[in-house]
Design a protein around this ligand. Structure first.
Ligand SMILES: [Zn+2]
Length: 91
């Protein structure tokens, strides 16, 4: 298994902030910035375990320019390194 941990989209119910992190279904996680509880709302492809985890890049993800982690297109700040992300629809 190259990708034993599943990534989930996490959402903070109060602020609506979202992040992507390795998580477990039903787990509760805390937004590192606001301290708000975040709950996993959906799994992020590729599903683990997956042999194609390293080559598949879902269209709704992009790589952070600084840390190269895959993050959601609608995430304003990288959940891994905090880098401010450019708007996804900027051309
Ligand atoms: Zn980053």
């Amino acid at each position: 298994m190259q990708n034993p941990k599943q990534r989930y989209r996490l959402r903070a119910p109060g602020s609506g902030r979202e992040a992507i992190a390795e998580a477990s279904p039903g787990g509760v996680y805390v937004d590192r910035e606001s301290g708000e509880e975040m709950t996993a709302i959906s799994a992020i492809l590729p599903l683990a375990p997956s042999e194609s985890a390293l080559i598949r890049t879902p269209e709704n993800l992009r790589a952070c320019n600084r840390c190269d982690q895959l993050i959601g297109l609608d995430v304003s700040d990288c959940p891994y390194c905090g880098l401010r992300q450019e708007p996804a629809d900027s051309k």
